[in-house]
Design a protein around this ligand. Structure first.
Ligand code: FAD
Ligand code: EPU
Length: 339
């Protein structure tokens, strides 16, 4: 029988550090426990929410239902040759722990994604990305279980419809599958991507001319530590908004009025705007609302500065949205999952 507790405080289970309660709470340590759970009355009669590290969730109220903390572990090599290796990783493994394991073994492909908080199982949810890489580039397939019947389904890359911070699991299959493990195809010979300006600058500053995967990982870790707040010290969920995509005409019009606009051309002819820049230009860095605040070093990040509620963070995000729209006519979209 799964151990289900009642009225659990979710503060330790979300990196915003928001105090909310759920009616029921359980932890999944083996996939066999999931088939038992799907027959349980509490599971059958309640809303359900799966969580990993809680680093991309904002709880705005108590959760009426059952929270399932995914702890499924395991690292397995499925196939390898001289060039490549396919590894299968349990959804409850720490993402950064997995990256460090790859670096230790000399497996290349995820080093740019060092220090992203959370668990492996959530990585396909929004196709996590940083410093020029998204997981879709190394993703092979995943094992999921249907939340209704508990049946297993394998998702290949094409079926996941990965996009910028997007996948089927955030859209048409939202809350329908438990992701149990994810398989990645990695290179054995380093093929580094140091095109992201900040990485090449960091490597240059460290005097590294011929970097390996460990050097890239360490550079990324240094950059991230210099601007992103550590959730162990200040509650946050990383970027609160996505970087918005606008048509070329809108970009040209904005560039005329704001010559310093930070934007990147996309292959489809549109432009991606740096939302952090837009927010900073509205004078919102450090802006506070009831203990929720815009981070002072990275305006795209909202923080729990002083024991705020999820509602406070949400209201602050609404204020930021409005200010950016008023100044630039651009609508930001929240990236964090609002519960
Ligand atoms: P959770 O927050 O627990 O869950 C996120 C969503 O996935 C929820 O909807 C949840 O229901 C669902 N979910 C979780 N596990 C499963 C599962 N096993 N099966 C089905 N559904 C599941 N993200 C980036 O992409 N790039 C970054 O650079 C980045 N930097 C960050 C920096 C900081 C300081 C912080 C706090 C966050 C950052 N993030 C970043 C966001 C976050 O770390 C990632 O989105 C991460 O993948 C979330 O993992 P998690 O286990 O914490 O997911
Ligand atoms: N910028 C500002 N002011 C700010 C923040 C940013 O002017 O307050 C400008 C910077 O000058 C820089 C540009 O915006 O030129 C981009 O900034 P940065 O490199 O910090 O990246 P970002 O676009 O703000 C994105 C991701 C991050 C990811 C980094 C690195 C999104 C929503 N965010 O942030 O992901 O780590 O790039 O690749 O795409 C996350 O998803 O939680 C996350 C942290």
């Amino acid at each position: 029988m799964p151990n289900i507790t009642e009225h659990e405080n979710l503060r330790p289970f979300n990196t915003f550090g928001i105090e909310v309660f759920c009616d029921y709470f359980t932890e999944l340590n083996a996939i066999s426990e999931f088939s038992e759970l799907t027959k349980n009355e509490i599971y059958l009669n309640n809303n359900r929410l799966i969580i990993g590290g809680g680093s991309n969730i904002l709880f705005t109220k108590d959760f009426n239902g059952l929270v399932i903390k995914n702890n499924l572990k395991g690292k397995e090599i499925l196939a390898e040759d001289d060039q490549e290796v396919v590894v299968k990783i349990g959804a409850g493994e720490s993402w950064h722990g997995f990256v460090m394991w790859c670096i230790d073994k000399g497996f290349c492909g995820v080093e740019n994604l060092s220090l992203i908080p959370g668990c492996v199982g959530a990585s396909p949810m929004q196709n996590i990305g940083a410093y020029g890489i998204e997981i879709k580039e190394v993703f092979e397939e995943l094992d999921a279980y249907d939340m209704k019947e508990g049946n297993k389904r394998v998702f290949k890359k094409e079926e996941c419809h990965f996009g910028y911070r997007e996948s089927v699991f955030k859209r048409e299959y939202k809350d329908q599958f438990l992701i149990a493990s994810v398989s990645f195809r990695l290179k054995k010979k380093a093929q580094l991507n140091v095109s992201y300006g900040a990485i090449s600058d960091e490597l240059k500053a460290a005097g590294i001319k011929d970097p390996g995967i460990k050097d890239v990982s360490e550079a990324v870790i240094r950059i991230r530590k210099s601007k992103l707040p550590d959730p162990a010290e200040t509650g946050n969920a990383g970027s609160f908004f996505k970087n918005p995509e606008v048509p070329a005409e809108k970009f040209t019009a904005l560039k005329k009025d704001f010559s310093q606009l930070v934007a990147y051309a996309l292959p489809n002819g549109n432009y991606k705007l740096a939302a952090g820049w837009l927010i900073e230009q509205c004078g919102l860095k450090g802006h506070e609302h009831n203990g929720a605040a815009v981070h002072t070093r990275q305006a795209l990040v909202l923080v729990n500065k002083n024991n705020c509620t999820g509602k406070d963070v949400y209201e602050l995000s609404g204020y930021v949205l409005q200010k950016v729209f008023d100044k630039f006519g651009v609508t930001l979209e929240r990236e964090v999952n609002i519960i």
